[in-house]
Write a protein that binds this ligand. Sequence first.
Ligand SMILES: C[S@@+](CC[C@H](N)C(=O)[O-])C[C@H]1O[C@@H](n2cnc3c(N)ncnc32)[C@H](O)[C@@H]1O
Length: 280
Amino acid sequence: MAQVLVLRVPPDDADAATGVLWGIGINALEERLVDGTIELRTVVGDAQLPGTVEALSARWSVAFETVDAEPAETWKAFAAPVDVDGVVLNPAWLTPPDEGVVVSIDPGAAFGLGDHPTTRLSAGLVARRTRSLVAGGARPRVLDVGCGTGVLAIVAAMVGASDVVATDISSAAVEVAESNVMANRVDDVVAVVDTPLGSIEGAFDIVVANILAPTLIEMADDLRGRCCGTLIVSGLLEEQMTRVEAAYQPWVVVERRVLDGWAALELSADERVDRRPSGQ
Ligand SMILES: C[S@@+](CC[C@H](N)C(=O)[O-])C[C@H]1O[C@@H](n2cnc3c(N)ncnc32)[C@H](O)[C@@H]1O
């Protein structure tokens, strides 16, 4: 049997809570939206608990469930391919479909098998925008901030991006993303780095960030600063859209997509609100 820690936190605390959990060395984390709160579930061993439960319980609701051993294998058995706008996000241990664009993902210890609503929303917007630029003869550069398993960077490369940079603050994610990039044979196009966003140089036609709302708000200046075209942000709940949109003004929203209570925004650098001083 294995022990699952179940942590319920307000959406604004999710980044802090996941940081604590990754910090104690967990291998995988499941995130669910339950009645407006974020439920974080992870298998923990006794060695990880001293001090942690006290620290978590001081701020959030902590519970434990006992499940069958080898939970990783259990969830793997339920994983299924996801089709996003003609791109199949396929768990690496399943036989890939014969046709179409197939991205094979092994999440290892990182977030992003491809089935989370925010990943699906982001992947759809990235694929559509990349294809449209390629169809117009461009050679788009894409930046994936908070790449997790690298799924969005790999999608961009598979549908024609010429140059993709994927970055994450988690060293586990960088390692997993590198391995997925190699497995999908897009290592000639995708570079996975651990460089903080503020230190990444150059401008990108598409910047995508699937990170929780408080971080997106904090990073608004840096994300806009790296983007010379389309900015796609997700990881936010539907009710957080207004707050995130406000942080990105004067950029304008080209499209809002919502799935299972989660949202993604496509913002455009080309349609900035006219900021000329009055009289011009
Ligand atoms: C919700 S996951 C998204 C993973 C993947 N892009 C996807 O769509 O499935 C968010 C990722 O952002 C990373 N992250 C959080 N804050 C970050 C920051 N300030 N800079 C870069 N990455 C960050 C986390 O480590 C995590 O891997």
